[in-house]
Ligand binder design. Structure first.
Ligand SMILES: Nc1ncnc2c1ncn2[C@@H]1O[C@H](COP(=O)(O)OP(=O)(O)OP(=O)(O)O)[C@@H](O)[C@H]1O
Ligand SMILES: [Mg+2]
Length: 225
């Protein structure tokens, strides 16, 4: 029996107000279990990124509830939630979001430094992480001097730096050619299968979605199937 890690109960998320009100999520309920591998698909504007932000504790629901390990986030302070994000959740985005003036190794060091790990140890671990995604030879390169696939591998190394139990990837291969896309998905899939990390991937690509154990389709702010 796998434990339920994250549960969404009738989550609504709206932006703006009055005539400009947008209901990005309209009552989404779901359970994410330990070790799950889920692809989220659906048309542009259907609420996929909003859902990832809610699951990743970057945004709070307008109504409904989210619980982590059975505990509602309603009673949690922003400080506590940011600690949970830093230690337990790794984010990977379509546009990589690396810091442009830091090299690959320094980018990977950022979350470790934020969580209080010393410089020397962070540097050593960053090199091990870059090695594990096959780009230790790019450790001293700035993002602008790396290919898209290399930048995304750096972003993955950064996402797993603090040993998160869950990886949330929002169109991680959206800007990559099919070869680099395959490499990125191999790395993410391996983290799920071999290390038991929960993996949630938003994608438009059926080839990418095919690798997950479950596919969730969103439509107009709701889970369609
Ligand atoms: N910060 C915001 N302020 C206002 N509206 C927003 C905001 N973020 C998202 N929305 C709106 O919420 C809806 C859902 O957006 P969301 O980004 O979740 O869609 P998506 O499924 O990720 O789309 P895409 O495939 O294009 O990335 C859209 O109509 C969008 O315009
Ligand atoms: Mg999106």
């Amino acid at each position: 029996m796998y434990r339920v890690k994250v549960e969404l109960k009738r989550v609504e998320r709206s932006y703006g107000s009055g005539p400009a009100l947008v209901r990005a999520l309209k009552g989404v309920s779901m359970r994410i279990k330990e070790g799950d591998s889920i692809s989220v698909m659906g048309p542009s504007g259907s609420g996929k990124t909003t859902l990832m932000y809610i699951i990743g504790l970057l945004e709070k629901p307008s109504s409904g509830d989210v619980s982590i390990d059975g505990r509602s986030i309603k009673g949690c302070s922003d400080w506590y939630l940011s600690k949970m994000r830093l230690k337990r959740i790794g984010f990977v985005f379509q546009q990589f979001h690396l810091l442009p003036n830091l090299n690959a190794m320094e980018n990977v060091m950022v979350p470790m430094r934020e969580s209080g790990i010393g410089r020397a140890k962070s540097r050593k671990m960053a090199c091990e992480l870059l090695d594990s995604v096959g780009i230790l030879n790019r450790a001293k390169h700035l993002p602008s001097r790396m290919s898209g696939g290399e930048q995304q591998r750096t972003a993955i190394a950064r996402a797993i730096a603090n040993g998160p139990e869950m990886i949330l990837a929002d169109e991680p291969t959206g800007e990559l050619d099919s070869d680099s896309s395959g490499v990125i998905m191999d790395i993410l899939t391996e983290m799920n299968r071999a290390q038991g990390k929960t993996l949630i991937v938003v994608t438009h690509d059926p080839e990418v979605a095919r690798r997950s154990r479950k596919i969730m389709r969103m439509k107009d702010g709701s889970i369609h199937s």
